[in-house]
Design a protein around this ligand. Structure first.
Ligand code: 4NP
Length: 158
């Protein structure tokens, strides 16, 4: 199973989701069965490490995202991932507009897996530290829901 988290810059929300979800997989011993990546829609921060505020907020919860580097969404991603999960409606609109007709992966809002249908992970880039804590809170809840969904699919396939 392969999961791709998508936001605008790939320096705040999606690397946070990648770090949180990867740790959850490690805790459950599933990191060899599920691969995780993240990317951005825009190209402003290509090759950059996560925003310091995102890195520090994750660090406070024991998650190290400092080695991640920003990359941009590629057309090949649509055939590589089983889940392409957008942080907000703009990201999702771009995913939908660029997806090839034969895409098989699930395209949706990440917070759909938190039982928060239609809700976005708010962009924390222009706000204060509290925004980054809120991102983590939401991402932690959605990560548990996503893991349940993946476990269901893995069980159905076995
Ligand atoms: P992200 O946050 O999409 O969560 O990585 C942003 C990062 C950079 C910008 C906007 C949002 N920016 O405008 O540069």
């Amino acid at each position: 199973m392969r999961v791709l988290f998508v936001c605008l810059g790939n320096i705040c929300r999606s690397p946070t989701a990648e770090g949180v979800f990867r740790r959850l997989l490690e805790e459950r011993g599933l990191d060899d069965r599920v691969q995780v990546d993240s990317c951005g829609i825009g190209d402003w921060h290509l090759g950059k490490a996560p925003d310091d505020r995102a890195r520090q907020a994750a660090e406070r919860r024991g998650i190290d995202i400092s080695a991640l580097r920003a990359r941009q969404l590629a057309d090949t991603d649509f055939h590589r991932f089983d889940y392409l999960l957008a942080m907000d409606h703009d990201n999702l609109a771009v995913l939908r507009s660029r997806a090839p007709q034969d895409v098989v992966g699930h395209l949706g809002l990440f917070l759909g897996f938190a039982g928060l249908d239609g809700r976005a992970v708010p962009d924390p880039y222009y706000g204060g530290d509290q925004g980054f804590e809120e991102v983590l809170d939401l991402v932690e809840i959605a990560s548990r829901g996503l893991l349940d969904d993946i476990l269901g699919r893995l069980e159905a396939a076995s």
